[in-house]
Design a protein around this ligand. Structure first.
Ligand code: PMP
Length: 427
């Protein structure tokens, strides 16, 4: 229980006045700090500058099969890009489509295709059904939830545990409701908690009975190689698990280099069973002749030139690990003993998830905004933007400098405490 609960009303009021005084001092400064979105810092972007000049002569205008990358063709990408993703995720060439600059676009289009055409030639288009529902492990990635809202897919929240989604809940839901057609998963260094799904959770996802025969797992492996330590989390290969379980078509896997090279100018991949890929290619071939092969080639040549992407990821980690440490040490220093908040300590990814006292997250975000610190909106990590207990805040430490981050975190911790005292006084 919070120490605040043991204070008398007069002690609480005095404490509130002290905190308010500190807060008002920040109000007199012109602070502009943004911790709202998981963007790499400029220093990280600079790591990949050589990619822009890696295609230098005529021998660089063809792919590994001597196809001219300047011309139309290759809906599923150049062979070396397919091989690169294939090696990373242990997928065969016919299980991969290399896409354009955004895996989110691939996810959006995959949902759109299922809505309009169904998940295979024999399946009913989801849009023709009276109701379609998705399971959304929470807290989760807001843009997944926005896709569901756009297509009028009802979202069912399932709590995240330390091992991934609460599988007892997931299994019961999918076994009994045919309208549940999908689940969003960020299985490694999840957004926002940085959790990696346990082997058991991956196995249960692949083995569970689903009432819907056209159920799909949207496996958004956005942070597969974004380690912060030398002892990375291990994630079981869900594609293989689904194959073993006799449901090879159950999973769609996505990834991109957005936070490896340049967000908005990376390359992405859609990976699934051969059958799923064949069906997707048929429909995608109507939409496009193919993605940007020059950018695919640039990426693969750049990774070769620097001696492998792992080296680049280590350089990223060297820049962002101190930022994660800064956030965690400030939280520890300012809040640990007060028992008014808890937070995650991820081994990778882009976020730290902070839980305030219940009913305080919105107030914290608004207090911080009033002194110039922008945080991700409270509730954004939940379907429909509504955190049922109003306590989760996503912290994105990568973009600000260390100095900015220190100040932003001091302000954030003060706001967490101020909101908590206000709440306890009101109760
Ligand atoms: N998935 C997750 C979990 C993310 O956090 C993000 C944001 N970086 C994306 C997908 C978006 O990726 P992309 O830039 O490839 O669209």
């Amino acid at each position: 229980m919070s120490q605040l609960k043991n204070m008398s009303l007069s002690e609480l009021t005095r404490h509130q006045e002290e905190l308010q005084k500190q807060y008002d001092m920040y109000k007199n400064e012109t602070i502009r700090l943004d911790m709202s979105r998981g963007k790499p810092s400029q220093e990280q972007l600079d790591l990949s500058m050589d990619m822009l000049t890696v295609l230098t002569n005529e021998s660089h205008v063809v792919d590994a099969n001597e196809t001219d990358i300047r011309n139309y063709g290759l809906l599923d990408g150049i062979p070396e890009a397919k091989e690169w993703f294939g090696t990373m995720f242990e997928m065969a060439a016919d299980q991969i489509i290399v896409g354009g600059n955004s895996s989110l676009a691939l996810m959006h289009d995959t949902v759109a295709r299922a809505m309009l055409h169904g998940v295979d030639a024999d399946a009913t288009p989801w849009a023709k059904l009276p109701k379609v529902k998705f399971i959304c492990p929470t807290p989760g990635y807001d843009r997944h939830f926005s896709i569901c809202e756009l297509f009028d897919i009802e979202m069912i929240s399932v709590e995240m545990t330390e091992d991934g989604p609460d599988m007892d809940q997931v299994e019961t839901l999918v076994a009994n409701d045919e309208a549940i057609k999908g689940i969003w998963c960020v299985p490694k260094y999840s957004n926002p908690e940085g959790i990696t799904y346990s082997d058991q959770v991956v196995q249960r996802l692949s083995k569970m009975e689903t009432k819907a025969t056209d159920f799909r797992i949207f496996w958004d492996n956005a942070y597969a190689i974004h380690h912060l330590t030398d002892t990375p989390d291990e994630l079981l290969d869900i594609v293989k698990q689904c194959e073993h379980a006799g449901v090879p078509n159950r999973v769609y896997q996505f990834a991109s280099t957005s936070k490896v090279t340049f967000p908005g100018s990376g390359i992405s991949a859609f990976m699934a069973s051969k059958e799923n890929i064949q069906f997707a290619k048929k429909l995608m071939g109507i939409q496009t002749i193919g993605a940007d092969k020059i950018n695919q080639s640039r990426h693969i040549r750049f990774f070769e030139q620097i001696g492998g992407v792992e080296k680049l990821m280590k350089q990223h980690a060297a820049i962002i690990k101190p930022k994660f440490d800064q956030v965690l040490s400030t939280l520890e220093q300012k809040l640990a003993e007060k028992e008014i908040a808890d937070w995650t300590t991820p081994n990778g990814g882009y976020f730290i998830s902070l839980n305030t006292m219940e009913g305080c997250a919105k107030r914290v975000v608004s207090l911080a905004a009033d002194v110039g610190v922008t945080l991700t909106g409270a509730g954004a990590t939940y379907p429909y933007g509504k955190d049922p207990v109003d306590r989760n805040i996503r912290i994105a430490p990568t973009f600000p400098s260390l100095g900015e981050l220190k100040k932003a975190m001091e302000i954030l911790c003060l706001c967490v405490e101020l909101a908590a005292v206000e709440k306890v006084i009101k109760q």
